[in-house]
Design a protein around this ligand. Structure first.
Ligand SMILES: Cc1cc2nc3c(=O)[nH]c(=O)nc-3n(C[C@H](O)[C@H](O)[C@H](O)COP(=O)(O)OP(=O)(O)OC[C@H]3O[C@@H](n4cnc5c(N)ncnc54)[C@H](O)[C@@H]3O)c2cc1C
Length: 391
């Protein structure tokens, strides 16, 4: 045991095991071969290519941590992080598609689902059906527990009424984790998590958002009008949905960190390539020290962000407390991604400002990192609470 710990402690954070390395290589091959040729068109049309989403299932990317007995790969959380990073290096939209499935939906079911729910839903989510995670509403974002969706108990079912907003994968998903309040007088202690299927009576998908970035990732409204949910579909305990949401999002944030470091890597690699090819004053522009120093700053910032994301993920896998590190990783990596992709545009000059080159998209995509799964202010609030103590 001590030997193993010592050996592990001696490993650099960025050293991957043989399995992790093979997995990374296979995701990269998919991202380069299948995803890259489709990125521009998917961004333009605001839609993921269904052929790609199917391939995500075929490659085992939709049930990475799901135990093998439920059809998943039974791999670590870190492995899911590697997948999100590699996909986001080419397209952060497909990155978040896979991220939400693994770090929010599967994760919530693995952690809180009973045996029957796991058998039914984890199996479907690993093989063919897309999931979504529905907490936010028009009136409750940062103040998530002020949600207005209500659940009322019937004989063998609950009846849900309300609207969710901004739901990632809303158009592709068939299985939704929906948060509703069963007992508003009890405040957040009335919040309960439900597993809702697209086909349930009274459930429909509303308007799709037309977005600045991650345009191919669908973001939709969900509408529940007397939506009947069987009693067996309560996820975790009645009145403990707040705990399900907080704890799932704590882990999910590391996934957003992975999306951001993948994106930043894509932007930096593009800038490295371009500055070696573009000539001005009779030389490649990366011959100028001014350009070299900017590339060096970008690489350093990315390295710091990557270490923070990897560390938070490894801490989670090791069963250590990771909430502060996850918040820091998301905060820092989203800022790094925005700065690195912005600088990449400038290094491309005028070519960086047009859609024929990939960097303007990376910058547009980077903005979401400071917003979803808790805005940057909310991450600062979490970090402050943990370093100062509860107030
Ligand atoms: C593309 C996209 C995808 C999304 N996907 C999902 C999803 O799959 N599931 C889901 O449930 N939600 C999703 N969301 C919602 C997202 O999590 C919320 O947008 C986010 O939590 C912020 O909430 P809000 O938009 O209501 O902003 P608000 O909470 O209104 O915040 C507005 C501003 O006020 C600041 N602010 C608010 N309160 C405080 C405070 N106490 N102290 C300091 N500053 C404060 C915020 O930091 C922010 O700058 C998604 C959003 C987008 C845009």
């Amino acid at each position: 045991m001590n030997q193993t710990l010592t050996e592990r402690a001696a490993q650099p954070l960025t050293t991957l095991s043989e399995d992790e390395e093979m997995f990374r290589a296979s995701v990269r091959e998919f991202a380069e071969g299948e995803l890259r040729p489709r990125v521009e068109e998917m961004d333009e049309h605001g839609k993921l290519d269904p052929a790609l989403t199917k391939q995500c299932f075929d490659l085992g990317l939709m049930g990475i941590e799901t135990p093998e007995e439920y059809g998943g790969a039974g791999a670590s959380f870190f492995t899911a992080i590697v997948a999100v990073e590699e996909l986001s290096r080419v397209d952060p939209s497909l990155g978040v598609f896979v991220d939400v499935q693994n770090t929010l939906v599967n994760n919530a079911l693995i952690r809180w689902g009973n045996e029957e729910q796991k058998k039914k839903y984890l199996t479907q989510l690993a093989s063919a059906r897309v999931g979504a995670y529905a907490l936010s509403e028009a009136g409750s974002g940062s103040d998530a527990f002020a949600l207005a969706t209500r659940a009322v108990e019937g004989d063998d079912h609950y009846v849900l009424n309300g609207r969710k907003l901004w739901i990632t994968n809303g158009n592709e998903a068939e299985i939704f984790i929906v948060f509703a309040n069963l007992n508003p007088e009890a405040g957040y202690r009335g919040i309960t998590a439900f597993i809702v299927e697209k086909g349930f009576e009274g459930f429909s998908v509303g308007k799709k958002e037309n977005k600045l970035g991650i345009r191919a990732s669908s973001t939709t409204e969900l509408i529940m009008e007397d939506c009947r949910v069987p009693k067996g579909n309560v996820l975790g305990e009645v009145g403990r949905g707040y705990k399900v949401s907080i704890e799932t999002l704590n882990e999910g944030r590391i996934g957003i960190g992975a999306q951001m470091i993948g994106l930043a890597r894509g932007a930096l690699e593009a800038a490295l390539r371009y500055t070696s090819e573009r000539e001005q004053f009779g030389r490649a522009i990366n011959d100028f020290q001014g350009v070299q120093f900017q590339l060096a700053e970008m690489a350093t910032e990315l390295e710091a962000a990557r270490l923070m994301v990897y560390n938070a993920a490894r801490m989670k896998d090791a069963g250590l407390a990771f909430v502060k590190e996850a918040a820091m990783a998301k905060l820092y990596s989203s800022r790094a991604a925005e700065r690195i992709s912005s600088k990449a545009i400038e290094l491309y000059g005028g070519y960086g400002f047009v859609k024929d080159y990939p960097v303007e998209k990376f910058w547009r995509d980077s903005k979401i990192g400071a917003i979803y799964e808790g805005t940057s202010n909310m991450q600062l609030q979490t970090i402050a609470k943990m370093i100062i103590g509860g107030k």
